[in-house]
Each structure stands twice: as structure tokens, then as C-alpha cells.
Design a protein around this ligand. Structure first.
Ligand SMILES: [Mg+2]
Length: 223
């Protein structure tokens, strides 16, 4: 029987693209004000580079396009420090409200720690959670797929790993360690997200796949 429900954050409980877009908008505002440019045009250029070339050198390319000198670290800092304009997915809010009280709840999330905490605050999810682990608080070797954060959850809540379930979206790193430790696993495959098309070997994939978190309760009844 499941007693502890652990979630990933990005693209599991909210749409990570919304975070990315609010960061881009903050950079567009900074650059347009400083250089007398049209904010909508700068924002569209950033999105265009993002769609065509991915995340690696967006701000470098943008500065080259406008022939402006900017410290890229400053721009990245603005991107990261923006108060994110993000909301829980509707099914995430539903399931957290439903599970709260009947189960113990937690989060294990990777990513730069200050950024992850600012997402957690913006989403207002601390009130649901009994334990939150931002792996980066403990160093790079604590990031998933390390077993360490999952072990820390086992120690914190106690009990048998079979009473735990981890819910995430990224088979590259979300499930491999918790499966080894004996936890149940559920992968959410949404319409949006970087990892939704990924299909890997059995040791990487979750025991169950769902398209929304509305399906979780019926899965818990099987476990
Ligand atoms: Mg994720």
C-alpha cells in the first residue's frame, strides 16, 4: 500500500516552458530599455533563436544580431532571477488537493537551487509537501539519477520502499535509482515537454505511464 508520494517538479507539476518564457521576457525588457529597442521584437527574436537553436547560446546570438555589447552572465542572471510567472497544471493541483492528508508528499527536483526554490515559491506548493529536496542544495553528485535524494526520502519518512511511489517525466534520470531501491514509479507523458517523446530500456522506464495525474489514484489502488 502506498503511503508516500514523491514528485518531480519541472514538466511533471507545471509546464517548464512557462518558466523559460517569463525569463526570456525579463531579458527582452532589460535589453529593449537599455538600447532603445522594441520589447516585443526582442522577445520574438529570443523565441526564434530558442526554437531554432535550443538553449545553449541564445543571448550571445541575440547580442550579435543587434550588434550590442552585453555581459552574458548578467543576462543569464536576469533570466534566472526573474520571479517566474508559472502555475500548477490543473491535474497537478487536483491531485495534490486530493492526496494531501491521506498520503505523505514530497518533491525531488534537479536544477540550479536558487531557481528551483523560486519556482517552488511561485507555485505555492510548500503547503502541500512534507519534505522537499532540491538536489543542488547538496552538491552536483546529489542530482538525479543519484540514489542519494531517494535514500534521503526513505530515511526521512521511514518504512518499506514498496510504500513509496515516484512520479516524473524524464526517463533519462527520474526512475532508474528509485526502481533499484524498490520504489514504485509512474511516468507522466504530457502533450508538452522536452522528454515526452523519449523511449528508453526497461531499467530507465517507469512501471506505469499516464497522460495526466488524474489517473494516479486508480494506479495507487493497484499497488
Ligand atoms: Mg521533470
Amino acid at each position: 500500500m502506498i503511503k508516500v508520494v514523491l514528485f518531480d517538479l519541472d514538466d511533471t507539476l507545471y509546464n517548464e516552458r512557462d518558466f523559460v518564457y517569463s525569463g526570456f521576457m525579463a531579458v527582452a525588457k532589460y535589453i529593449s530599455e537599455k538600447h532603445g529597442l522594441c520589447i516585443e521584437e526582442v522577445y520574438e527574436k529570443i523565441l526564434d533563436i530558442f526554437y531554432k537553436k535550443g538553449r545553449g547560446r541564445i543571448f550571445n546570438i541575440l547580442c550579435e544580431m543587434y550588434s550590442i555589447e552585453e555581459d552574458i552572465h548578467t543576462l543569464v542572471g536576469i533570466y534566472r532571477e526573474t520571479k517566474p510567472s508559472i502555475e500548477l497544471y490543473e491535474d497537478a493541483r487536483y491531485i495534490l488537493d486530493k492526496l494531501k492528508g491521506d498520503y505523505q508528499l514530497g518533491i525531488i527536483t534537479d536544477g540550479k537551487n536558487t531557481v528551483q526554490w523560486s519556482k517552488i515559491k511561485a507555485l505555492g506548493i510548500e503547503r502541500y509537501m512534507d519534505k522537499i529536496i532540491v538536489t543542488d542544495d547538496h552538491g552536483r553528485d546529489y542530482w538525479k539519477p543519484s540514489e542519494k535524494p531517494y535514500q534521503a526520502m526513505l530515511e526521512y519518512f521511514g518504512g518499506d520502499p514498496k510504500e513509496f511511489v515516484y512520479i516524473g517525466d524524464n526517463p533519462h534520470k527520474d526512475f532508474i535509482s528509485c526502481k533499484k531501491l524498490g520504489m514504485h514509479t509512474v511516468r507522466v507523458i504530457r502533450e508538452l515537454g522536452d522528454h515526452m517523446q523519449v523511449c528508453l530500456g526497461d531499467q530507465y522506464e517507469a512501471d506505469y505511464n499516464v497522460n495526466t495525474l488524474y489517473e494516479l489514484e486508480s494506479i495507487f489502488n493497484l499497488l
